[in-house]
Write a protein that binds this ligand. Sequence first.
Ligand SMILES: Cc1cc2nc3c(=O)[nH]c(=O)nc-3n(C[C@H](O)[C@H](O)[C@H](O)COP(=O)(O)OP(=O)(O)OC[C@H]3O[C@@H](n4cnc5c(N)ncnc54)[C@H](O)[C@@H]3O)c2cc1C
Length: 466
Amino acid sequence: MMNDQSLTPLHLEFLTSVVGEEHVSIKDSDLEQHSKDESFHDASRPAVVVWPGSAAEISSILRYANQQHLPVTPWGAGTSLEGNPIPLFGGIVLDTLRMDKIFQVRAEDFQVDVQPGLRYKEMNAALAKHGLFFAPDPGANASIGGMIANNAAGTRTLRYGTTKDNVLRLEVVLPSGEIIRTGTRSKKTSSGYDLVHLFIGSEGTLGVVTEATLRLAPLPEKFSAAIASFTTLEAATRVVSSIIGTGLTPAALEFLDPATVRAINATGEFELREYPTLLMEFHSATDAGLKEELKEVEILCKDGGCLSFDAGLGRSERDRLWRARHKTYDILVRSNPGSAYLIADVAVPVSEYSRLVAAADQALRERDLKGYLVGHAGDGNLHPLIPYTPGDSASYAIALAADEKIVETAIAMGGTATGEHGVGIGKRRFMILEHGSSLNTMRAIKATLDPNGILNPGKIFEPDEH
Ligand SMILES: Cc1cc2nc3c(=O)[nH]c(=O)nc-3n(C[C@H](O)[C@H](O)[C@H](O)COP(=O)(O)OP(=O)(O)OC[C@H]3O[C@@H](n4cnc5c(N)ncnc54)[C@H](O)[C@@H]3O)c2cc1C
C-alpha cells in the first residue's frame, strides 16, 4: 500500500539537488496547472512539480521516491480525458516537457528515436521534411510519452493502427530506479515476453518512458475525402460495417450524429447536411487506386440508402473538414456553456457498431439527455458525450447511469469500456466486468514492478486495490 506521506524540506532539497532549483516548483500556479487534465474529473494537486532533463535524473527521483514511499505521477501534455495524469495522492508530478528531442530519423527504415516530452504535431512537422509521419493522431497535441502510456489512437487508426502498433522499442525507468531497454529496431521479433506492449497503455503505473523508437509511415501522395449523409443512424452505421467487411481500407471513417453536425454548422464555417454523417478519407499511391476505392465506397453508400455522397474534395477543403473533426470536442463543449460532459469511449467489433450506436442513442433518449454521438466508426469506437449540470448530483447520477448502460452494452458485445482514452479514474469501475479474473494477473504485474505502489496510484485499479 502506498504511503501518502507529505513532502518535507528534505524531500525538496533532494529533488533540487537532482534537477536543479529552476526545475522544481511548489508555486500555486504550477501545482494548479498539474492538478487537472482535460476531463471532467475533480482536480487534485501535487505537492511539487519537477521537470527532469534525462533518464538518469528520473532514475534518481524514482529510487528516492520508492525508498520514501512518495507518490510519483508522470505528466506529458495533460490532455487526457479520463483523469489519467491527475495526481490523486499528491506527491511528485514528473513533467517530461524538457525531454523533447528527436535523436535520430532513420528514413530508410521508417523509424525515429525520440524523447517522451515531444509533442506529436511538432514531431510530424519535423518528419515531413523526410516525407514521413507518425500516424496516431489524437485530437489534442499530446506528448509521445502520454500517447504511449494511454495507447492513444485517432482518426487514422483504421489504416495505420493505434500507438501500440507503431512503437518498436522503449527505454523505461522502473519504480526501483532501474533503467531498462526493451524491444528492438527489427520490425518483427519473437524473443521472450513482449514488455514493450506491457508498458504501452499502462498509464504511467509501471514505469516512466524516457525514450521510444517509433514506426513511421510515408506521407500519402494521393488522397481524397468524402462525406456521406443518411436519413437514419441505422443506415449510416450499417454502411460502416459493409465498407470494412468488403476489405476496403479508408484511412479514416468517422461517424457524426445530427446533433454533432448541427453544432459544427453553428460555428458558421460549414453547411453540412444535418443528418447522420460519415466522413471518410482515402490514401493511395496512384490516382487510379484512389478513384477505384472511392467508386466502390460510393456504391456501398448508395446501396445503403445515403441521401448524398460528396467525394473528391480538394486538399484545402479536406484539411478544413478534418480540422473541424479534430475540434469537434471543443465545439461541442463550447456549444452548451452550462453543461459538462461525461465522455464515453466504448469500442466493439465493427459488425456490432450499428447496434452499439442504437443502444447509446436509446440510453440518452430514455433519460432525456441532449448528448452527442461521435466516433471513429471504422474502428468500432464511439464517444457518446453525456451531458450533466456541474454541481447537480442528481443530474450527474443520471449521466453516470447512461454511461454505465452504454459501457455494459459494449462489453456484452465483446467490446471494451475504453477504446483509446485509457482507464484513468472513470473506467476503473468496469475493470472487473471487462477482465474478470485476469484482473488479478494485472494486479500481480503491478505488485511485482511497483511493490510500494508509488507510480500514479489510484489509476486503473480502485485505490484500495493497491
Ligand atoms: C480535444 C481532445 C481530443 C482528443 N482526441 C483523442 C483521440 O482522438 N484519440 C485519443 O486516443 N485520445 C484523444 N484525446 C486524449 C489525449 O489527447 C490522449 O489520451 C493522449 O494520449 C494524452 O497524452 P498527454 O501527453 O496529454 O498525456 P497526459 O495526459 O499528460 O498523461 C497521460 C497518461 O500518461 C502518463 N504519462 C505521461 N508521460 C509519461 C511517460 N513519459 N512515461 C509513462 N507514463 C507517462 C500519465 O501519468 C498519464 O497516466 C483527446 C483529448 C482532447 C483534449
